[in-house]
Design a protein around this ligand. Structure first.
Ligand code: C5P
Length: 404
């Protein structure tokens, strides 16, 4: 992964048990291609050693204003000028208070104050006990930090090292990594709303059985993530899948096709783009049995009658907003053969400006894929690549068609 290639980050650690997570975060940043310079406060060094952080970042750690390694004796100037961003993770309540007040009595707070504010953004991942987090003083300091241009990455919720449960945990390293990568991405969809369907649907036969399909939801989730990276406000309507929600998106979990249609219709009016990646079941059992259907010992299976599900994409694509061009609709086609011809025919049938074809068995459950983009002018292939990469390319293609 090279999402952060060429980026130079100062990773600042302040005192808190979440320092143990900063080790994994550092590793993730380096794996994503970033050059990471770790700066630690003295209290951070009580929780995790500079040796660990040096080994993971591949660079000696700085922890003192008086470090004599820099020839000009000004590590706060040199380190902040060399950075594309300063990321404080974990940021303690005390450190946030210092930032809000512009105090500078250690190297890390000093370099935050000394950084060129217009060119070197400050990203802050707080970590503290839930009472400290909820305290008006902390919230006041956070608001001040945001007003001064700081980027607040939020906190997680759950069990805390002190034994209490609530808000204030540092976000997990993969979440922070996703946020940092999104932060650096261009924002052609800023101010736009994107609605995505993903995964299979589940059509109940009785309370314990149903029919579904092998869609993993990975492509749709990658598209939701890519749209958020591009600055969109994203609503993700997901069938039953076991995937983490992309950061910064609103997820609505549904079961059946009719539930998916209802959720989509609720949000389509406010959307600028609708991307239907879900593998919606074509049929559902005519009526789900209220109780579990039992074997009757006759050796015969019960006769199930099926009815066709509503076509979510075709319904939305025929709405006045889609017809007027205010809502740009994108469909997917999972085929097993004749991709170009089938995808072109499906585009006409669904009435959408862009249809994305892929080969079903080559995509379901896989982490990479090949896409064929079909529009009114013809077909264009996005060669085999990880789904996230393809999702980013697809978003760029949509931006070009819908908003150029
Ligand atoms: O007709 P088919 O299922 O092949 O069409 C696939 C495209 O239509 C996908 O974009 C899928 O999400 C969408 N679709 C839908 N509702 C259905 C069936 C398909 O939105 N009932």
């Amino acid at each position: 992964m090279t999402d952060l290639a060429g980026k130079h980050l100062v990773l600042g650690l302040t005192g808190g048990i979440a320092c143990y997570k900063a080790a994994e975060l550092c590793r993730g940043l380096v794996k994503a291609g970033a050059e990471v310079q770790v700066v630690m406060t003295m209290d951070a060094a009580r929780f995790i050693t500079p040796v660990t952080m040096q080994a993971l970042s591949g660079r000696p750690v700085f922890d003192s204003t008086w470090d004599a390694r820099e020839p000009n004796h000004m590590p706060h100037i040199n380190l902040s000028r060399a950075a594309d961003a300063v990321l404080i993770a974990p940021a303690s309540a005390d450190f946030i208070a210092k930032l809000a007040q512009g105090r500078a009595d250690d190297l890390l707070s000093l370099l935050c104050l000394a950084r060129p504010i217009a060119r070197v953004p400050l990203l802050v991942a707080p970590a503290m006990n839930r009472e400290m987090w909820a305290h008006p003083a902390t919230q006041r300091n956070m608001a001040q930090l945001a007003a001064d241009g700081g980027v607040l990455l939020g906190v997680g919720s759950g069990w805390q090292a002190c034994g209490e449960t609530g808000d204030g945990r540092m976000l997990e390293p993969p979440e922070l990594l996703e946020d940092v990568i999104a932060f650096f991405a261009p924002k052609p969809l800023a101010g736009r709303r994107v609605l995505v369907t993903a995964g299979p649907t589940y059509e109940a036969i009785d309370p314990v059985r149903g029919i579904t399909n092998r869609s993993s939801g990975k492509m749709g989730f990658a598209i939701a993530r890519a749209a958020r990276e591009a600055g969109a406000e994203v609503t993700l309507v997901a069938g039953p899948v076991a995937l983490p929600t992309p950061r910064g998106t609103t997820r609505i979990d549904v079961g059946s096709a009719r539930e998916m249609l209802a959720a989509v219709q609720h949000h389509a009016d406010a959307a600028d783009v609708f991307i239907a990646t879900a593998a919606v079941a074509d049929w559902r059992p005519d009526a789900a049995a209220e109780q579990k259907i039992k074997k009757d010992g006759s050796g015969r299976a019960p006769a199930l009658a099926f009815v066709e599900n509503p076509d979510i994409l075709a319904t939305v694509a025929s709405s006045p907003r889609a017809q007027s061009g205010a809502l740009f609709c994108v469909g997917f086609a999972a085929e097993s053969q004749d991709l170009a011809a089938n995808a072109a025919a499906k585009r006409e049938r669904k009435g959408v400006p862009l249809l994305v074809g892929n080969i079903g068995p080559a995509t379901f459950g896989h982490d990479d894929n090949t896409l064929l983009l079909v529009d009114a002018h013809g077909a264009h292939e996005l060669p085999r690549a990880p789904k996230l990469e393809l999702a980013r390319e697809l978003i760029a293609e949509i931006v070009r068609r819908a908003f150029a």
